[in-house]
Design a binder for this molecule. Structure first.
Ligand code: GDP
Length: 738
C-alpha cells in the first residue's frame, strides 16, 4: 500500500473535485467483502504511524485487514487517476433492508455505488432492493460483474458465452435503472460497456477491467482464459501487471461518480426536506466550507480501544472542528465536539478541521443516534433535520435473553445497550416482573444478526427463549361516544374512537407528520394530503409512537387546559396496552368530545383522570370491531422452474400469499407475503423443498388483520402467556364499573 501522510490527505480533501463518496451494494455472497479487501490492500492509505508498524512487521496481513473491513464504518482509499490524486471514501452499506432506515441512512452519505453482481448467479433480490433504494436517493450506480473466474473454470464458457452472460446481466441492471430511476438521471446512468461504467473480473483473484481499459491495453478475453489454463501464477501476474482490479474499479469511480459538490446540487433537494430557498440550503448545495456546519451522522459505534462512541457521518456544509459546541436537531441537545478525525484506510487520524463534502468521525456526540443532524448553534431554531426521529421502530419479534454464564450479565447489559445505540431499530427492555432482558427486532433475521454480533463482537454466549411475535390491536369501525368516569366520580370524559385512515398512518410512519411539529403546518399537510378537516387537524393534542392520534373537539370546557398534559399522558399509557390482549394499539383516532373536570386540582390528578380516559377508550374500542394486526414478512425468492410448485406449497401451507411471479429465464422469481408467526423455520423448509436451489431475501412488509377465524385463538394464547384470564374483557367491564 502507498504511504500517505495526514496533511497530504487533508490537502486533497479541501478540494471537493478530488473526493468521491461511494458504497458497495451486493447480494449476500456476491463478493462485497472480497472486493473491499482487494481495494484496501491496493489503495489503503497508510499513515506514518501505521507505516512504521507495518514496516516492522514487513506487511499488514490480509487476515488483519479482513478483520478491520468488517468493523470500519468507513474506509478511505487513495487513488491516482490521470496523474491527479483522489480520496475515495467507501461507506459501509448494509446488504439487506430488514431494519428500515439503516440502508437509506448510509445511502445518504454516498453519491455513487459499485453494484457487485456474481456472474453466475446474476441479479438477486437484495441487489434489486438496495439498488432501488439507491436510485430513489439519487445515488448513481456503476457495475462490477464479479466471479468471472467461475464462468471460465467451472462453466468452461467460451469468450462468446461469457460476453452473452455479461449482456444478460447488464440488460437486467439497466431494466432496474429504467424501472426505479427518475428522469433525467436514469438515462445518463444506464450501464454502457463501451463508456466504461462496467468492470468484469474476479475479486478473489484481484483482476478486472473495463472495455476502454481493455482497448487501451490490448486485453482480450482469450488472454484471461489462457492465464487460467496456465495456472495460478499466470493469473497472479495478469492481476498484478495487466489488469489490477483496484485500478479498474477506482478509475471507474473517479470518472463516473460525481464529486460531492456536483452531487449535493441535485441530491440535497431530494434527501433534505427543509426550505430550499434558505441560506443553509444554498450552502449545502455548494458544499460551502465557510458556511455554518451541517454534519449528518450515519453511524454510531463504540471504539473498543478507547471505549468511546464514534459518530461517523457526512459534512454537507461548513467545516467540522473540535472544541466547538453544536446542536443536535433530533435529540434537541447541545454537545461539544471533542475530537474530529479522518479515515486513513480503516484507521482514524485526528485532525484540526474537515471541510464540507467529506466523511468524518467525531467524538463527543454521545447523545446522537444514527440519523442525527448536527449543526452550528446559529441554526438551532431553524434547521430541518435530514431524518426525523421515526415513530417506527416497529419491533415485531421479541426474545428473552440471558447469558450462558451468569457472571456475564453486566457485560450483556452493556453490550445490549451499545447494540441498540448502533442500531436504533433494536429495542431492549427489561421485564419488570421476571427480570428478563427482552430483545426486539424488525424480523427473525434482525434478531439473528444481533445475536451473532453479541457472540462475534462481544464474545458473549447467550441463551434465548423461543421468539415471540408482537401484535398490534386496532379497530375497524367507529364507536359511539362513551362516558369515562373517574373513581371519585367528579370527572367525566366523553370519548369516541375510530380507525385512522391509511394515508394518515403513512404520513406519520414516514415522519412527515410528527408529534412535535407546528400544529398549523401539520394541519395543512393533513388537510391537503389526507383529507382532514383543517380545524379538527389543528386540534390534534398528541401522536404517539405506535401511530395513534388524540384529538380535542371540546368547546368551552372549564379547567381543561390545566389537565391537558395529564390527559395526553393517559392517552399514551392507554395506547401501550390495548383491551384485547394488552398488545400496543395501532392506527386509531381518539376523540375527546366533552368533559367535566373538577375545579380542585386535588381531585383531578392522574389517579382520577387516567382510569376515566382509559375506560372510555377501551369501551369504545371493544364495540368498534376490535382486532389484532399481525406483522407480515415479504419474501423475494428465486428458484429453478422445477421447484416452483414445491415452494408455492410451502408458502400456502403457512398462510402465505403469492403476490407476483416473474419468469426470469433460468429461474422463476416469486414474491410472496408470509405472517412472521409462520416463518420461523421457513428457511430450512424452503431449502429442503428446493433441494437447496432457492435463494431469497426477506423484509418487513406490513401489518395486516389476523384472519377472523384465528382471532380469538391468538388472543387467548397471548393472554395466557401473559398470565391473564383467557377471555378478553367486555365493553361493560369498562363502563358503570364504579
Ligand atoms: P459478501 O457476502 O458479498 O461480502 O461476499 P464475500 O466477499 O464474503 O464472498 C463470498 C464468497 O465468494 C467467499 O467464499 C469468497 O471467497 C467468494 N468469492 C468472492 N469473490 C470471488 C471471485 O471473484 N471468484 C470466486 N470464485 N469466488 C469469489
Amino acid at each position: 500500500p502507498r504511504v500517505k501522510f495526514v496533511h497530504e490527505i487533508l490537502q486533497i480533501m479541501r478540494n471537493p473535485e478530488q473526493v468521491r463518496n461511494i458504497g458497495i451494494i451486493a447480494h449476500v455472497d456476491h463478493g462485497k467483502t472480497t472486493t473491499t479487501d482487494s481495494l484496501l490492500a491496493a489503495a489503503g492509505i497508510i499513515s506514518r504511524k501505521v507505516a512504521g508498524e507495518a514496516l516492522a512487521m514487513d506487511f499488514l496481513s490480509v487476515e488483519q485487514q479482513r478483520g478491520i473491513t468488517v468493523k470500519a464504518a468507513n474506509i478511505s482509499l487513495y487513488h491516482e487517476y490521470q496523474g491527479k490524486p483522489y480520496v475515495i471514501n467507501l461507506v459501509d452499506t448494509p446488504g439487506h433492508v430488514d431494519f428500515s432506515g439503516k440502508v437509506t441512512r448510509s445511502l445518504r452519505m454516498i453519491d455513487g455505488a459499485i453494484v457487485v453482481v456474481d456472474a453466475v448467479e446474476g441479479v438477486m433480490p437484495q441487489t434489486e432492493t438496495v439498488l432501488r433504494q439507491a436510485l430513489e436517493e439519487r445515488v448513481r450506480p456503476i457495475l462490477f460483474i464479479n466471479k468471472v473466474d467461475r464462468l471460465i473454470k467451472e462453466l468452461k464458457y467460451t469468450p462468446q458465452q461469457i460476453m452473452q452472460r455479461f449482456v444478460e446481466i447488464i440488460k437486467e441492471v439497466n431494466s432496474l435503472i429504467e424501472l426505479y430511476g427518475e428522469a433525467p438521471y436514469k438515462d445518463q446512468w444506464k450501464i454502457d460497456p463501451k463508456k466504461g461504467n462496467v468492470a468484469f473480473g474476479s475479486a478473489r483473484d484481484k483482476w478486472g477491467f473495463t472495455v476502454p481499459m481493455a482497448e487501451k491495453k490490448g486485453i482480450k478475453f482469450s488472454d484471461v482464459i489462457e492465464a487460467y489454463n496456465k495456472g495460478k501464477e499466470a493469473v497472479e501476474e495478469f492481476a498484478a501487471k495487466v489488469a489490477p482490479l483496484h485500478e479498474a474499479l477506482l478509475d471507474m469511480v473517479v470518472k463516473f461518480i460525481p464529486d460531492p459538490r456536483t452531487a449535493q446540487r441535485y441530491r440535497i433537494p431530494k434527501i433534505w426536506r427543509g426550505d430550499m430557498n434558505s441560506e443553509i440550503a444554498k450552502a449545502m448545495m455548494e458544499a460551502d466550507p465557510n458556511a455554518p456546519v451541517v454534519f449528518v451522522v450515519a453511524d454510531m459505534r463504540l471504539d473498543p480501544k478507547i471505549r468511546r462512541l464514534v459518530a461517523t457521518g457526512r459534512i454537507f456544509a461548513g467545516t467540522l472542528r473540535p472544541g466547538v459546541e453544536v446542536w443536535l436537531v433530533n435529540a434537541k441537545k447541545k454537545q461539544r465536539i471533542l475530537q474530529v478525525s479522518i479515515y486513513m484506510g480503516p484507521d482514524r487520524e485526528v485532525v484540526d478541521e474537515i471541510p464540507a463534502g467529506n466523511i468524518a468521525a467525531a467524538l463527543g456526540l454521545d447523545e446522537a443516534r444514527a440519523g442525527e443532524t448536527v449543526v452550528d448553534l446559529s441554526l438551532k431554531d431553524t434547521m430541518a433535520p435530514f431524518e426525523r426521529l421515526r415513530y417506527v421502530s416497529e419491533p415485531v419479534v421479541t426474545v428473552a435473553i440471558e447469558p450462558k454464564n451468569p457472571r456475564d450479565l453486566p457485560k450483556l447489559i452493556e453490550a445490549l445497550k451499545l447494540l441498540s445505540i448502533e442500531d436504533p431499530n433494536l429495542v431492549v427492555k427489561i421485564n419488570q416482573e421476571t427480570g428478563e432482558y427482552l430483545l426486539s427486532g424488525m424480523g427473525p433475521l434482525h434478531i439473528e444478526i444481533a445475536l451473532w454480533s453479541l457472540k462475534e463482537n462481544f464474545g458473549l454466549e447467550v441463551k434465548t427463549s423461543p421468539p415471540i411475535v408482537v401484535y398490534r390491536e386496532t379497530i375497524r369501525a367507529k364507536s359511539q361516544v362513551f362516558e369515562g368516569k373517574s373513581p371519585n366520580k367528579h370527572n367525566k370524559l366523553y370519548i369516541s374512537v375510530e380507525p385512522l385512515d391509511e394515508k394518515t398512518i403513512e404520513l406519520i410512519q414516514k415522519g412527515v407528520i410528527t408529534d412535535d411539529m407546528d400544529p398549523r403546518e401539520r394541519a395543512k399537510i393533513l388537510r391537503d394530503e389526507a383529507g382532514w378537516d383543517y380545524d379538527e387537524a389543528k386540534r390534534i393534542w398528541a401522536i404517539d409512537e405506535n401511530i395513534n392520534v388524540f384529538v380535542d373537539k371540546t368547546t368551552g370546557v372549564q379547567h381543561l387546559r390545566e389537565v391537558k398534559d395529564t390527559l395526553i399522558q393517559g392517552f399514551r399509557l392507554a395506547m401501550k396496552e390495548g383491551p384485547l390482549a394488552k398488545e400496543p394499539v395501532r392506527g386509531i383516532k381518539v376523540i375527546l368530545h366533552d368533559a367535566i373536570i373538577h375545579e380542585d386540582p386535588a381531585h383531578r390528578g392522574p389517579a382520577q383522570l387516567f382510569p376515566a380516559l382509559r375506560n372510555a377508550i377501551y369501551a369504545g374500542m371493544l364495540t368498534a370491531r376490535p382486532t389484532l394486526l399481525e406483522p407480515l414478512q415479504k419474501l423475494d425468492i428465486r428458484v429453478p422452474h422445477e421447484y416452483v410448485s414445491n415452494v408455492i406449497a410451502v408458502i400456502t401451507k403457512r398462510r402465505g400469499k403469492i403476490i407476483n411471479m416473474i419468469d426470469m429465464g433460468m429461474v422463476m422469481r416469486i414474491i410472496a407475503e408470509v405472517p412472521v408467526s409462520e416463518s420461523f423455520d421457513l428457511a430450512a423448509e424452503l431449502r429442503s423443498a428446493s433441494a437447496g436451489r432457492a435463494f431469497w431475501g426477506t423484509e418487513f412488509s406490513r401489518w395486516a388483520p389476523v384472519p377472523e377465524n384465528l382471532l380469538m385463538e391468538i388472543v387467548k394464547k397471548i393472554r395466557e402467556r401473559k398470565g391473564l384470564p383467557p377471555e378478553p374483557p367486555k365493553p361493560e367491564d369498562f363502563i358503570e364499573q364504579y
